[in-house]
Every structure is written in structure tokens, then in C-alpha cells.
Design a protein around this ligand. Structure first.
Ligand code: ATP
Length: 234
């Protein structure tokens, strides 16, 4: 479904991504794990068009992705950014509707809004609350819900568990699995390697801008060097 070939990204003199190749198959959860500064967010930003690669080809369903973020949303890709970037002065409902701004299929929009409320009952309880007053976990839910409102086929999820309490992390990962069951494909960037590998079909380990390991997520979970480097145990 998504293919990234020989992707190279620079920030001035910093070579942030060094010849990255990844593939994401339809209906799968693919996780990218790696430590701080490995280039995980840069990879998602290059796919969503917010960062300009120096070299490389990104294809989605066989067609080369053009870089304009607007086009990318139209093609069925949405990014749920790290740090959430919700609209603090809009209500929960208004934020969700912003996710549907390129759509005009009103009936399906209403249906998707109800699906989001089913996935995140907490949001439904707070539809008229200003988004800036939500807790960190609720803001994460809102960012994910807003992404779903664009009716994407592929969701780019950047660090959804960042800064959340353990119980909420569990809830968010369970919801990611529920979203997969809705026939969505998910490219997940996470520092919580254990959780990310547990729910993924495939995974890539990114280190200093290069893919260090890749393969079946459950196999990587048994890999001693990954356990040591990213899971803090051996
Ligand atoms: P984290 O888990 O800490 O978010 P990451 O794996 O997502 O890290 P990136 O944010 O992609 O890593 O950063 C990769 C490298 O590129 C880092 O060295 C970072 O300092 C650098 N970098 C990222 N964005 C910029 C920018 N806008 N300008 C300059 N350097 C940048």
C-alpha cells in the first residue's frame, strides 16, 4: 500500500534519514521504533509532505505521492502528530469536524462522527468542552478522532502514548487495535517499543537515520538485542 524507497532527508547539515526503505501492507499495523532523535517523526513528516526529502520516492497504492499535504489527505492519508496539535480554542466537536474539512459527504461524516464517539466515549461526554481544557490523554484521543474524521485509509500515528499514564497507554493501544479492525492501515511511531511491537504485524528499528532491523513484530519482540536496547531488559 505504501512504499518508501531510498528516502534521504537533511536539516541543513544534519543527515536525518539515510536511504530509508520501508513497506506497509494494507490492513496491517507497522511500527517504527527507535530512540530519541532516530528520525521517526521525520519519516512520518516526509510521508505526509510536511518535510521535503532531498532524495527518494514515496508511492501510495502504486501512485507517487505529491508533496502538498492537502493532496495527501485527499489521497486517504492522515497524520496524527506528536504533541497532538489540537485547536485549543475550539470545542471537541469543532475539532473533530475540522478533520472532515475536505469532505462533503454529510451522511457519512455523521456516521464517522458516531464511530469516533463509540471508540472514544470520553470525547462524546465532552463535545462542547474547549479542547485546550482536556487532559493530555483526552487530547490524544481528540487528535486520533480528528484524524479518523478525514476517513483515511492510512493513518500515520506519531508517539500516541507520549506522556500518558500506564492505564491510559493501555486504553490507547487497545483503541489502535480497534481502528485496525475498521480496515484501516496504521504506521505507528513509538518509543514504547514493547507496546508497539505487541500490537504490530511488522516493525522497523530506526537508529541514527538508518533502518537497523526489520521483520515480523513478534519475532523482533524475542530479539535479545532489541530487548536490551529498547525495552530496558534482557
Ligand atoms: P523523538 O523520539 O525524540 O521525537 P525522532 O526519532 O522522532 O525523535 P526526529 O524528530 O525525526 O527524531 O529527529 C531526527 C533528527 O533530526 C534529530 O537529530 C533532530 O534534532 C533533527 N531535526 C528534526 N527536526 C529538525 C528541524 N526542524 N531542524 C533541524 N533539525 C531537526
Amino acid at each position: 500500500m505504501l512504499k518508501v524507497e531510498n528516502l534521504n532527508v537533511y536539516y541543513g547539515g544534519i543527515h536525518a534519514l539515510k536511504g530509508i526503505n520501508i513497506e506497509v501492507e494494507e490492513g496491517q499495523i507497522v511500527s517504527i521504533i527507535g530512540s530519541n532523535g532516530a528520525g521517526k517523526s521525520t519519516l512520518l513528516n516526509a510521508i505526509s509532505g510536511t518535510v521535503k526529502p532531498k532524495e527518494g520516492v514515496i508511492t501510495f497504492r502504486g501512485k507517487r505521492l505529491t508533496r502538498a499535504p492537502y493532496n495527501i489527505v485527499k489521497q486517504g492519508i492522515c497524520q496524527v502528530p506528536e504533541g497532538r496539535l489540537i485547536f485549543a480554542n475550539l470545542t471537541v466537536r469543532e475539532n473533530l469536524m475540522m478533520g472532515a474539512y475536505l469532505r462533503n459527504d454529510k451522511m457519512k461524516i455523521d456516521e464517522d462522527l458516531n464511530t469516533v464517539y463509540d471508540l472514544f466515549p470520553r470525547l462524546q461526554e465532552r463535545i462542547n468542552q474547549m479542547a485546550g481544557t482536556l487532559s493530555g490523554g483526552e487530547q490524544q484521543m481528540l487528535a486520533m478522532g480528528r484524524g479518523l474524521m478525514s476517513n483515511p485509509n492510512l493513518i500515520l500515528l506519531d508517539e500516541p502514548s507520549l506522556g500518558l499514564a500506564p492505564l491510559l497507554v493501555k486504553t490507547i493501544f487497545k483503541i489502535i487495535e480497534d481502528i485496525k479492525k475498521m480496515n484501516k492501515t496504521i504506521l505507528l511511531v513509538e518509543q514504547n517499543a514493547y507496546k508497539a511491537l505487541s500490537i504490530a504485524d511488522r516493525a522497523y528499528v530506526l537508529e541514527q537515520g538508518k533502518i537497523k532491523k526489520q521483520g515480523d513484530a513478534k519475532e523482533l519482540l524475542k530479539d535479545g538485542s532489541i530487548l536490551e536496547s529498547y525495552l530496558g531488559k534482557i
